[in-house]
Design a protein around this ligand. Structure first.
Ligand SMILES: NC(=O)c1ccc[n+]([C@@H]2O[C@H](COP(=O)([O-])OP(=O)(O)OC[C@H]3O[C@@H](n4cnc5c(N)ncnc54)[C@H](OP(=O)(O)O)[C@@H]3O)[C@@H](O)[C@H]2O)c1
Length: 172
């Protein structure tokens, strides 16, 4: 069981533009996204922040994730039809223990954003990052990882995803 930050970023390290749009990703990202389904098969629980859930509320017709999901937020959100979501806040370690229990031996997907991933890293709870870098610059937006790190992450694997995307698996 691993805790994995899996996300797509621009070359300059943004996961969404400043208006939370992912249009750049749908326009320039890989057309074959079957690797996401393969990754999802390894996942037993998901964690995401409030802006990411808001994006899904605004842009998805239906909830597609089949595993329990913790939404980190202080807001009152509606639950999307059929979604197994729980709204949580505060300290990361007890929530990580809950994610482990929910995941039942499978991996935990930290979907983002970058500060939430950073909070897991602050507690030594991130095992890997799977970052798909799309070869466009956004110039500003939501950061991939809002932390300064002292140690370089080790590259475990590199996978080309079409002609505009490279996925790097970092072990932490
Ligand atoms: N490219 C990709 O692969 C990818 C992946 C994921 C997300 N995204 C996109 O990137 C953007 C991410 O937005 P973002 O950087 O603002 O991050 P986010 O993590 O989705 O949302 C941040 C918000 O989550 C809540 N939060 C975070 N930690 C918390 C904690 N410990 N306890 C309680 N609440 C907590 C806070 O909201 P409140 O206090 O207001 O509730 C915080 O402002 C979204 O547009 C999303 O759609 C892209």
């Amino acid at each position: 069981m691993k805790t994995i930050y899996f996300a797509a970023a621009s070359l300059d390290g943004f996961i969404a533009d400043q208006n939370d749009s992912l249009e750049w990703l749908f326009k320039h990202g890989p057309t074959d996204i079957s690797f996401i389904d393969k990754f999802l098969e390894t996942v037993g629980a998901i964690a995401m922040g409030a802006a990411t859930y808001q994006w899904l509320l605004d842009n998805s017709k239906e909830w597609t994730y089949k595993v329990p999901c913790l939404i980190f937020t202080h807001r009152n959100f509606k639950v999307m039809n059929g979604a197994d979501v729980r709204f949580v806040k505060g300290q990361i370690p007890p929530q990580h223990q809950d994610l482990k229990n929910l995941a039942k031996g499978k991996n935990i997907w930290i979907m983002g954003g970058g500060d939430l991933a950073g909070q897991f890293h602050d507690h030594g709870l991130l095992d890997e990052m799977h970052i798909q870098t799309i070869s466009v610059f956004l110039n500003n937006g939501k950061k991939l990882f809002s932390r300064k790190t002292d140690t370089a992450f080790k590259i475990k694997d590199i996978r080309q995803r079409g002609d505009t995307c490279v996925e790097v698996i970092y072990s932490i």
